[in-house]
Design a binder for this molecule. Structure first.
Ligand code: CDP
Ligand code: CDP
Length: 214
């Protein structure tokens, strides 16, 4: 099993960097945040109160879930036969995903999908706890960061309505798998780097450990 773990706060560049890195290395890209968003979207679709952990836990136990890879090597998750896409970035999902992701039953559902996908192909997986909890034994761990101001500007430039500071606070302070720098992770401040600059830096570090484009 080969897993490159990329963690960090919102808008630090995880998805953009992970996608490009995966393409360069011919690895698959696994976006764990999209899985937490998909569960949140399904909870909202079922009109379950997102602030009621017991109801969410019961709904999670009833969910039929499967995941896999698209032809382009991107992970997908299907919940109760639905595969949300653009809905995942809505304000409603942004506002509710952190409380939903704090629930142990939700984390356990996502972790099972992530570990199953990693058995199938070499992956670049990004999120909050990929290096610290989901794949603690991988030797390839990165933590991307950027100043709050830069991250706010990036989201605004994307035209997305997001409450990144609120999410970061909730994600860092929860008891279960909080956002933190995994032991052994390379920390990269991306505030003043271009996307390609970050990918080059990660690729250079990996190549020293023998992970290179085929
Ligand atoms: O792209 P962005 O960094 O804004 O968020 P995301 O990666 O799509 O993750 C959305 C939310 O899912 C985060 O704010 C966390 O609450 C949760 N998440 C998590 O708890 N653990 C992960 N490994 C990935 C995401
Ligand atoms: O996945 P995460 O929320 O950490 O960040 P993202 O969605 O990959 O990136 C947020 C935005 O910042 C995207 O529009 C990127 O193009 C931009 N950006 C970046 O991620 N890193 C840089 N060094 C420069 C810009």
């Amino acid at each position: 099993m080969t897993v490159i773990a990329i963690d960090g706060p919102a808008a630090s560049g995880k998805s953009s960097v992970a996608t490009r890195l995966a393409r360069r290395l011919s690895f698959a890209h696994v976006n764990s945040g999209a899985m937490y968003r998909a569960v949140t979207w399904e909870i909202l679709r079922q009109q379950i109160d997102p602030s009621h952990p017991e109801s969410i836990e019961a709904a999670v136990h009833r969910m039929s879930v499967d995941s896999g890879f698209t032809e382009a090597g991107e992970s997908f998750i299907r919940i109760n036969s639905e595969m949300p896409d653009l809905e995942l970035q809505t304000l409603e999902v942004n506002q509710n995903v952190s409380p939903v992701a704090a629930i142990p039953a939700v984390r356990s559902l996502v972790n099972t999908q992530l570990r199953t996908l990693a058995e199938k192909r070499p992956i670049v997986s990004e999120g909050r706890d990929i290096g610290s909890v989901v794949f603690p034994d991988t030797p390839y761990k990165f933590y991307l960061d950027a100043s709050p101001e830069v991250r706010r500007q990036r989201r605004a430039a994307q035209g997305l309505h997001d409450s990144i500071e609120k999410r970061d606070k909730l994600d860092s302070s929860r008891a279960n798998a909080p956002l933190k720098i995994a032991s052994g992770a390379y920390v990269i401040d991306t505030s003043h780097l271009t996307l390609e600059g970050v990918v080059d830096k990660v690729a250079e570090i990996l190549s020293k450990s023998g992970i290179r484009p085929a």
